[in-house]
Design a protein around this ligand. Structure first.
Ligand code: GLA
Length: 387
């Protein structure tokens, strides 16, 4: 990978002297979906796939971007002092958004840079290719310009850029998982105060399998932003009767007691998901620590049902993948992962059942949708690093 990027860099910019190559990972979330903007817990892990970037400072203030994934777009140019706001929708809005967000924090780039990137996360799969590009950019800026920021800051800056430059109102999970990833560990993060703990993912005799539906329904961002605002309204309604900062502050019992304060049936279901999913996540991590993988899997399954019925962020294709997975003995748990409306499922599958899982799910999915699913056995990797 390093050679490929350096070769392209030299081709575009004359030579690759002093160029470094960096990497930031994508993520998969095991449980705790749509809780990260509700002050709840999440349990994601960083992947070994993500985005690679070769970068070097320039003498002038120009910014040059080139992506080996979008070669047809060619070499794109901007200026470090003219980031303004996201213009046409091209991939450079992610790195530019991060540069803009750094400047908002008082970290102005003293000069421009050249950057060549390549990502190996399948596009639109919901495995956080954009968060990995944001964290990668922040990591490069810190290294090249010596900006004094921590990895948690890199996550926050990436999220700020995504929210305010790219107009996607995401929570902190994806950027946090990318910036703070740790090999073989999942991250138990409390999004209410960003306290976190690493939990070794020990699944004796089983593996985490991600299944890509290869569908991404349109309007994902607007549906996501809508869910978020429904939760905010429900929270404001609940705050009239109970003293809470976020939906994550409520237990299931407290929610049931106060839910009549929410003035609309849809919002009750949205808030219910946020509250119950948060409690499921806390319970799931406990189960994992007690080596109770069976319970962990049951909680994953319950998470899917709640995302499908109450939060309504699943879709036909994803439900087929999950239903088929549930039929197979040896599947400990299976659910949609990420923002929803397509993308991937995450399943825990016993080693001896993995081949059957792939064959049966692939066959049924193809029969029912005409599409070919893809399977990846997850390897949990580290946060960003220099190659
Ligand atoms: C997307 C967002 C995250 C999170 C998930 C749902 O991936 O970027 O912040 O809200 O959806 O859990």
């Amino acid at each position: 990978m390093k050679e490929k990027l350096l070769k392209k860099f030299a081709e575009l910019f004359g030579d690759a002297d002093g160029v470094k190559v960096y990497f930031a990972p994508g993520r998969v979330n095991l449980i705790g979906e749509h809780t990260d903007y509700n002050g709840g817990h999440v349990f994601p892990c960083a992947l070994t796939i993500g985005t690679y970037g070769a970068a070097r400072k320039r003498q002038d203030n120009k910014l040059h971007f080139y992506s080996l994934n979008f070669e047809r777009a060619g070499l794109l140019e901007s200026a470090a002092d003219d980031l303004g706001e996201a213009k046409e929708s091209d991939w450079t809005n992610y790195p530019k958004g991060v540069m803009w967000a750094f400047a908002k924090r008082g970290f102005e780039m003293p000069c421009g840079m050249d950057m060549v990137i390549f990502g190996n996360i399948p596009n639109g799969s919901g495995l956080s290719s954009s968060a990995s590009l944001e964290v990668l950019t922040g990591y490069i800026l810190r290294d090249l310009y010596g900006f004094d920021v921590t990895n948690v800051d890199l996550a926050l800056i990436g999220q700020y850029a995504e929210n305010n430059y790219n107009g996607m109102n995401c929570g902190i999970m994806d950027q946090f998982a990318s910036a703070m990833g740790k090999k073989d560990n999942a991250i138990f993060l409390d999004t209410a105060d960003l306290s976190y703990e690493y939990a070794p993912l020990v699944l004796e005799g089983a593996k985490v399998v991600v299944t890509n539906s290869k569908v991404k329904h349109s309007l994902v961002n607007s549906a996501y932003n809508q869910r978020r605002s429904e939760c905010e309204t429900a929270l404001a309604e609940l705050q009239k009767v109970v003293d809470i900062k976020g939906l994550g502050d409520l237990s299931e019992e407290e929610f049931e007691k106060h839910k009549s304060a929410i003035g609309d049936e849809v919002r009750v279901r949205r808030a219910k998901h946020a509250v119950y999913e948060n409690q499921r996540t806390i319970r799931a991590v406990k189960a994992l620590k007690n080596n109770d993988i069976k319970l962990f899997g049951e909680l994953m399954n319950a998470s899917h049902v709640s995302l499908r019925d109450d939060y309504e962020v699943s879709c036909e294709e994803i439900d087929i993948l999950v239903d088929e997975a549930w039929k197979i003995p040896g599947v400990i748990g299976s659910r949609i992962t990420g923002g929803g409306f397509g993308g991937c499922t995450v399943s825990i599958v016993k080693d001896e059942a993995i081949d059957t899982f792939k064959e049966q799910v692939e066959k049924a999915y193809e029969e029912k949708t005409g599409k070919t699913a893809e399977f990846y056995i997850v390897e949990i990797g580290d946060g960003p690093y220099i190659l």
